[in-house]
Write a protein that binds this ligand. Structure first.
Ligand SMILES: NC(N)=O
Length: 226
């Protein structure tokens, strides 16, 4: 059931990435955040209520709230025009929590690929913290690209493969994910040079040149004396 939510997390990260890059209007992106945020709160609640006290199920489901609350916070914040510092600092909490879930996946859950995927999420939520909580807008395009890529690499594709029964929980999967992550972090560094989203890079409207004032119309004078 969590794989269904994971697949749609791919959609919301893709849309949020495009929003940060200036291709999707913030209020239009807010709606999908509300849909996926609701899904990522309902899903773990159902899993926990039906877990019959199974600690492993409860543990894995509990992490989903980190993201469900983020997407709801983003969606409501965008629609209400709230300042971004609340969700920004909450993202720091999520990033730290994600490191813990990564460690648990590497150790207790013996799930190396998801150990790496939780590290990707720790990175992205750290970027959200710096961008939205500390307002370092130079990171806008970098964060947008990381969100967009992570939408596919950590959510849509793994979610789809899990649903289809084709996901390989192997060390090789973790190694490939790790290499892709390092390449992503380095290859996107040039995006830090730009000022911000697409709109910010467009050439500014030329300032109209000051023009000489129109001469006052001459008072009506008879052309000929009578
Ligand atoms: N699972 C996430 N990143 O929503």
């Amino acid at each position: 059931m969590a794989s269904v939510g994971l697949f749609y997390v791919g959609a919301v990260l893709f849309i949020n990435g495009l929003m940060l890059l200036g291709y999707v209007e913030p209020k239009a992106a807010a709606i999908l955040n509300l849909f996926v945020g609701t899904l990522q709160v309902v899903t773990p609640t159902y899993l926990i209520f039906t877990a019959n006290g199974d600690t492993s199920t409860i543990l894995q489901a509990s992490g989903l709230y980190l993201f469900g609350f983020t997407y709801l916070y983003v969606g409501i914040g965008l629609l209400a025009g709230l300042d971004s510092t609340g969700v920004g600092w909450f993202s720091l909490f999520v990033a730290i929590g994600a490191l813990g879930f990564s460690a648990l996946n590497f150790t207790q859950l013996a799930n190396q690929p998801f150990g790496v995927i939780w590290l990707y999420w720790a990175l992205l939520w750290t970027l959200f913290f710096v961008l939205l909580g500390l307002k370092r807008e130079r990171l806008t395009r970098y964060t947008g690209w990381v969100a967009l890529i992570e939408g596919w690499v950590t959510a849509a594709v793994p979610g789809f493969l899990l649903l289809a029964g084709l996901w390989q929980n192997r060390t090789l999967t973790a190694v490939v994910l790790g290499i892709v992550g390092v390449v992503m972090v380095v290859a996107l560094l040039p995006t830090l040079r730009g000022a911000g989203p697409r709109h910010a890079e467009e050439a500014p409207e030329p300032t109209p040149r000051p023009t000489a004032p129109e001469p006052e119309p001459a008072p009506d004078r008879p052309l000929t004396r009578t």
